[in-house]
Design a protein around this ligand. Structure first.
Ligand code: GDP
Ligand code: IMO
Ligand code: MG
Length: 441
């Protein structure tokens, strides 16, 4: 079986944990989009791995790990990651493959990301400053792009870098009043990347198609989440790639029809890092309760995550555009102890009354929608209407069986299934592998 694991919210849903679990029965795990903006956590016994570029199957020996064409690779981060996991006794020799067509994130991308964000002030996107947007922009622009395969021809790369850095330096100095960077220094780094990475660089599309022919079991690992998709998310507060399931095929050259199941990962609530509208946000003691219990601080940047109730309008949208077969519902344990829990079932539009004396805002009951408006001007007008359910107090972190969950937790899950029209087949009750409930429908 080939599975694709994708986030259905704004990222950090717990994809790393789900991929790690399902990798037990896979031959190959494929990272097909995003870059080191991702932070996927895998917990094995007492060890915690925060993975940014390596596929989350990496902690299991003998699994082939593939980084495909649409991933933007920061070689420095990747080297660090390889060294970090080597210290934990995990070797990648002969089982890591990187696409020759994957684009390379270099120092000038990170600098551009930072300078642009700083220049935007309160209008900033809140990026991870990992150079993701600038690298994808260079990819689309073509003439200033560097791919992993370019490391094979260093003389050509040296000339190319000189042209690119000349251009970037003009922008840095004239637009941002920043100091220029050195093309030679970047080239020296590229030489060392070539030494380290050339043996791993292949045509990953060919590798994957041969593997499919050989009947191998492949797990495709999404990064970010559907609502951060460049085309289908809450633009411009998104990342610069197609992080919805729709990005999977172009991201690795394997058509979606070869995937037996798309599993969408969600949290039992919603989180978001960075700016942008968030209809179910709880910027109050409920949000703080969730943040504290769920340890909701970014894996990549350490920023506190914005927290709010589960949004079935948003998740239903992600389910629809991704043709999601099943849902993995993580962090159910985090909601324990709340008197009541809420699920947003519909949005109603806020109507402004500019002419009224008190300039009040009211909800227009007649303009309710269950279709998520990805356009942020519409989304900013959306008010979440909730189904309020009784909470549960019991600690569920040791529960192994759905029937043993408190009845109110079971009801909460049934509501999610009803509102999203999708079966919840995996339930997370803690970060460890063993803290997972599997359900067969
Ligand atoms: P990803 O980016 O989707 O892989 O998610 P992150 O790793 O950024 O964030 C998910 C966090 O939740 C990590 O710290 C996980 O170890 C943790 N986690 C995953 N599933 C569960 C769960 O069911 N319960 C709890 N309490 N923690 C979980
Ligand atoms: P994983 O794979 C959560 C967010 C950033 C910012 C926006 C743009 O761990 O779920 P970027 O650096 O990509 O240009 O930032 O996207 N973002 C994520 N949020 N989880 C992620 O990845 C994210 N990757 C990017 O916070 O709002
Ligand atoms: Mg993450």
């Amino acid at each position: 079986m080939n599975y694709c694991i994708v986030g259905l919210q704004w990222g950090d849903e717990g994809k790393g944990k789900v991929v790690d679990i399902l990798a037990e029965h896979s031959d190959i795990v494929v990272r097909y989009s995003g870059g080191s903006n991702a932070g996927h956590t895998v917990v094995v016994g007492d060890s915690k791995f925060a993975l940014h570029l390596l596929p989350s199957g990496v902690v299991r020996p003998n699994i082939n790990c593939i980084i495909t064409n649409a991933v933007v690779v920061d070689p420095e981060v990747l080297l660090n990651e390889i060294e970090t996991i080597a210290k934990k006794g995990i070797t990648l020799k002969g089982r890591l493959f990187i696409s020759e067509n994957a684009h390379v994130v270099l120092d000038y991308h990170k600098r551009e990301d930072q300078l642009r964000e700083e220049s935007l002030g309160k209008n900033k996107i809140g990026t991870t400053i990992r150079g993701i947007g600038p690298c994808y922009a260079d990819k689309a622009g073509r003439s200033h792009a560097v791919r992993m395969g370019d490391l094979r021809n260093l003389q050509q790369l040296k000339e190319k870098l000189q042209t690119i850095v000349n251009y970037k330096n003009k922008v840095f100095t004239a637009v941002y009043n920043a100091t220029p960077i050195s093309a030679d220094a970047i080239f020296e780094k590229c030489k060392s990347y070539a030494d380290r990475f050339l043996p791993f660089i292949i045509d990953t599309t060919e590798f994957l198609h041969n593997s499919i022919k050989d009947g191998k079991s492949i797990l495709f690992e999404g990064a970010q989440g559907t609502l951060l998709d460049l085309d289908h998310g809450t633009f411009p507060y998104v990342t610069s790639s197609n992080s919805s399931p729709l990005g999977m095929s172009a991201g690795c050259g394997v058509p979606a029809k070869y995937v037996d199941k798309f599993i969408g990962v969600v949290k039992a609530y919603t989180t978001r890092v960075g700016a942008g509208p968030f209809p179910t946000e709880q910027d109050n003691e409920i949000g703080q309760y969730i943040r504290d219990r769920g340890h909701e601080y970014g894996t990549t940047t350490g920023r506190p995550r914005r927290c709010g109730w589960f949004d079935a309008v948003a998740v239903s949208y992600s389910v629809r555009i991704g043709a999601i077969d099943e849902i993995a519902l993580m962090h159910l344990d985090t909601l324990a102890g709340l008197k009541e829990v809420k699920i947003c079932r519909v949005y109603s539009s806020i109507v402004h009354h500019p002419s009224s004396i008190d300039r009040r805002e009211t909800r227009d009951e007649g303009r309710e929608t269950t279709w998520f408006p990805a356009n942020i001007n519409k989304l900013a007008q959306a008010e979440a209407v909730y189904e309020t359910l009784p909470g549960w107090d019991e600690d569920i972190t040791d529960v192994k069986d759905f029937q043993k969950l408190p009845p109110n937790a079971q009801k909460f899950i049934s509501w999610i299934e009803k509102l999203t029209g999708t079966a919840v087949t995996i339930i997370g009750v803690g970060p460890k592998r063993s803290q997972t409930i599997f359900r067969i429908h």
